[in-house]
Design a protein around this ligand. Structure first.
Ligand SMILES: Nc1ccn([C@@H]2O[C@H](COP(=O)(O)OP(=O)(O)OP(=O)(O)O)[C@@H](O)[C@H]2O)c(=O)n1
Ligand SMILES: C[C@](O)(CO)[C@H](O)COP(=O)(O)O
Length: 249
């Protein structure tokens, strides 16, 4: 029996690489904000209890969200780095959960094209060491020589994957790992890195090439095209209601 779970969506970034007038999670994607589209992926899933959104200090955009007053959407103020935001979300969640053993999903607000099929894969995947969505690389992979744009070597691409989100770990174990990494000065750019730091070997669950992280200006054009494709092929999540949630909250 799969335990329904909570989702933390880090959405407190400033979107520097996007070079937009607002944080990129509030840019429009096919008529809705990127963040609203991302929330919709989860809020309509029967195995999702609720969503915690980590927003930036002084975020003036959130009140315009279509999910602003939804009963299963809660917010908290994020931190300086993505890992800080996730830590704060995990602490917020510990006040809601009746057990720290519950798994939690962490998903970037900047990944609005996750399909229901991929979400089902990670939600239903069972692993004692957590799991992440990821994709095997398709190109040949080069390692650069120190800080020079010179090729040092070619990596064996048969064993190289690109991490995506959602990433799924027990709430307390993840918080402990992030806190330890921070305490030891070990910068981490995803939840999995923190779990590896404390010796875990999480499962790699097949993601999808359409699950892009909208990061650079051109990514928005790519996301628009992918959204149209996913909509036409009915691969996006259903928007059905989710009245049959049974969760502790
Ligand atoms: N302090 C931060 C930094 C990032 N994020 C979130 O983490 C996700 C992935 O981060 P990234 O793509 O790097 O977003 P930004 O940090 O906004 O982008 P940039 O690095 O270009 O500023 C995004 O949904 C972003 O909002 C966050 O919650 N808190
Ligand atoms: C979590 C992540 O999306 C996995 O690929 C990635 O590490 C986020 O990196 P960012 O620099 O915070 O966008």
């Amino acid at each position: 029996m799969i335990q329904p779970l909570w989702v933390i969506i880090p959405a407190a970034g400033v979107g520097q690489r996007m070079q937009a007038k607002c944080p990129k999670q509030y840019l429009s994607l096919a008529g809705q904000t990127i963040l609203d589209r991302t929330i919709e992926i989860f809020i309509s899933h029967p195995l999702v209890c609720g969503v915690l959104i980590g927003i930036g200090e002084g975020d003036a955009y959130w009140p315009d969200s279509k999910w602003y007053d939804h009963e299963d959407v809660r917010i908290f103020v994020g931190g300086k780095e993505r890992s800080d935001t996730v830590q704060k979300g995990l602490r917020s969640l510990s006040k809601i959960l009746d057990s720290e053993q519950h798994d939690v999903l962490v998903h970037d607000a900047a990944r609005p094209l996750l399909t229901r099929a991929a979400l089902d894969r990670i939600i239903t995947h069972r692993s004692a060491q957590g799991s992440i969505l990821a994709m095997p690389v398709k190109d040949t992979v080069k390692r650069q020589l120190a800080d020079k744009a010179l090729v040092e070597s070619t990596l064996d691409r048969r064993v190289i994957w690109l991490a995506q989100t959602p990433q799924k770990f027990p709430q307390k174990a993840l918080l402990n790992a992030l806190e330890k990494a921070e305490h030891d000065g070990m910068a981490v750019t995803d939840e999995c890195s923190a779990m590896e730091y404390v010796g875990w070997h999480p499962d790699l669950v097949m993601g999808e090439s359409s699950n892009i992280k909208v990061t650079l200006p051109e990514d928005l054009l790519i996301a628009e095209a992918l959204f149209s494709y996913l909509l036409e092929t009915n691969l996006l999540n259903s928007t059905g209601s989710n009245s049959n949630r049974e969760c502790n909250s």
